[in-house]
Ligand binder design. Structure first.
Ligand SMILES: NC(=O)C1=CN([C@@H]2O[C@H](COP(=O)(O)OP(=O)(O)OC[C@H]3O[C@@H](n4cnc5c(N)ncnc54)[C@H](O)[C@@H]3O)[C@@H](O)[C@H]2O)C=CC1
Ligand SMILES: O=C(O)CCC(=O)C(=O)O
Length: 468
């Protein structure tokens, strides 16, 4: 038997990237860092002089929806108690579980509504291991002092690449030809099959995904136009158009990249399908509520829309299995019966690269928030940063006071902290909610209890945390 070699630094280093991609993808593709914050976070973890908030083993984390191993490792590595589930949970089970935990990690399926969150008495923070945060009642969470973090662009490229694949697949009716041949039918046709070169791609929502897609589509010789509610700099030779109607009247391919909001609900309905060019194509990898599916079915049957690719649906199952039926969405069978329609199970962001990067980015944000109270990147609380206390500062405590943003609060907080040596203090607000952090030195355990009790007694209080 041979003794395993210790892992050396050099064996962890990235091998040189080969120009040839002819070997297994797993051997040649490496996750690019999600952002420069990835390297910064590695450096932080290496250099951190740990601030011990309280025993990290007391922190209970519930991870749903198959959060990537990278995220699980970071959280377990902190000593937190991590419970992991592959799927999301039905509401009654979710309510049972959420009562007990300090942290929940989800992806797009788990609905954290006010009804669910009001049961989550110990919950400090929610990690959305994805881009979208529409599945969480963000305002309600903020009012309870629960921070929410996401990963704003680690899967954008994966979605853009999927859409590129779909544009060509729809133009060439690839899905239908492949299905026919799987059934044994040879059907060599060129009628109504097109090159994408010289065609116009209309991007609705020119954010992280829409703008990535713009670059890739131009590289294939497409003309790109886009519609967005804000005025945005065009990349390459893309061109912003003033209205959705203008985009629909000009585009051969329409692709949706807007968030789920009240304004985007049924953004593509009967009227908009009428405004599209005859024989154009629709792609939706945003949210299922953005397209009125019965109207799409009609437009496809009428030949107005020549093909569609859908990755998202108004109702999606909690886990994998034979669930894409009329029980879930009444029109499911009609949709499945159409020609030239690509139906994928919400896999836009499902690549190894994206999921690994998201796991790291969101887990790091959770650790920073739990251990240091730093809210950088939070989508519902003011973003407040303060350097980490070090072990040299052993008699220091970090006070975190989340409160309603009403007049006079800072005076009252400073009356409480005024008898102590406040080294640093920072405060910021977002709408009705404010977040204050103060580092206090030379405090004894009884001082800490007094400070906490006094802050808890203020009428503006939402949540007090003391990290020491
Ligand atoms: N299928 C999948 O697996 C994935 C789906 N998504 C979805 O894609 C959406 C877009 O993602 P990103 O590009 O990262 O978001 P983003 O926030 O970077 O860009 C969204 C753009 O839409 C624009 N917008 C918002 N409301 C609009 C409206 N009513 N009309 C026109 N434009 C509007 C915004 O101004 C912004 O430029 C996400 O919100 C998420 O729901 C994201 C990742 C993966
Ligand atoms: O991968 C997922 O579960 C969700 C992807 C998505 O829709 C998002 O990131 O918003």
């Amino acid at each position: 038997m041979t003794t395993p070699k210790p892992i050396s630094q050099s064996s962890l280093a990235r091998p040189a990237v080969s120009n040839s991609l002819s070997v297994s993808p797993t051997a040649t593709f490496h996750s690019p860092p999600a952002s420069s914050s990835f390297m910064a976070s590695l450096a932080l973890r290496a250099a951190a002089k740990q601030l011990k908030p309280f025993s990290t083993e007391d922190i209970k984390i519930l991870l749903l929806e198959n959060v990537n191993q990278t995220g699980r490792d970071i959280l377990s590595g902190q000593g937190y108690q991590v419970e992991f589930h592959k799927a999301s949970l039905p509401e009654d089970q979710l309510i049972e579980k959420i009562r007990d935990v300090h942290v929940i990690g989800i992806r797009s399926k788990t609905k954290l509504t006010a009804k669910v969150l009001q049961e989550a008495k110990n919950l400090l923070v929610i990690g959305c291991f994805c881009i979208g945060t529409n599945q969480v009642d963000l305002d309600y969470a903020a009012k309870q002092g629960i921070a929410v973090f996401n990963s704003p662009f680690a899967n954008s490229r994966s979605v853009a690449e999927l859409v590129i694949a779909e544009i060509i697949s729809l133009a060439r009716q690839l899905g239908d030809r492949s299905n026919e041949l799987h059934r044994g039918t040879w059907n060599k046709v060129s009628a109504k099959c097109w090159e994408v070169r010289g065609k116009t791609l209309g991007i609705v929502g020119y954010g992280h995904i829409g703008s990535q897609l713009s670059v890739l589509a131009e590289a294939m010789g497409m003309n790109v136009i886009y519609y967005d509610v804000v005025s945005l700099m065009a990349i390459g030779t893309a061109r912003q158009v003033p209205t959705l109607e203008a985009l629909l009247g000009e585009a051969d391919f329409v692709t949706l990249h807007v968030p789920e909001t009240p304004e985007t609900k049924n953004m593509l309905g009967a009227k908009q399908f009428e405004q599209m060019k005859n024989g154009s194509y629709l792609i939706n990898a945003s949210r299922g509520t953005v397209v009125d599916i019965p109207a799409l079915i009609k437009a496809m049957r009428a030949g107005k829309v020549a093909g569609a690719a859908l990755d998202v649906y108004p109702n999606e199952p909690a886990g994998n299995g034979d669930y894409f039926t009329t029980d879930l969405n009444p029109w499911a069978e009609e949709l499945r019966g159409l020609n030239n329609i690509i139906l994928t199970p919400h896999i836009g962001g499902s690549t190894e690269e994206a999921q690994r990067a998201i796991g790291i980015e969101v887990a790091d944000a959770l650790v920073r928030y739990i251990n240091q109270g730093v809210t950088l990147g939070s989508v519902n609380l003011p973003e407040v940063n303060m350097r980490q206390l070090t072990l040299d500062e052993s008699n220091h405590a970090r006070i975190i006071y989340i409160h309603r943003n009403v007049p006079g609060v800072l005076r009252r907080v400073n009356e409480i902290l005024g008898d102590h040596n406040v080294d640093k203090q920072i405060s910021d607000s977002k709408g009705d909610i404010a977040y204050l952090m103060a580092d206090v030195s030379d405090v004894r355990p009884e001082d800490i209890k007094d400070i906490r009790d006094s802050l808890d007694g203020l009428s503006s209080r939402i949540l007090t945390r003391v990290l020491y």
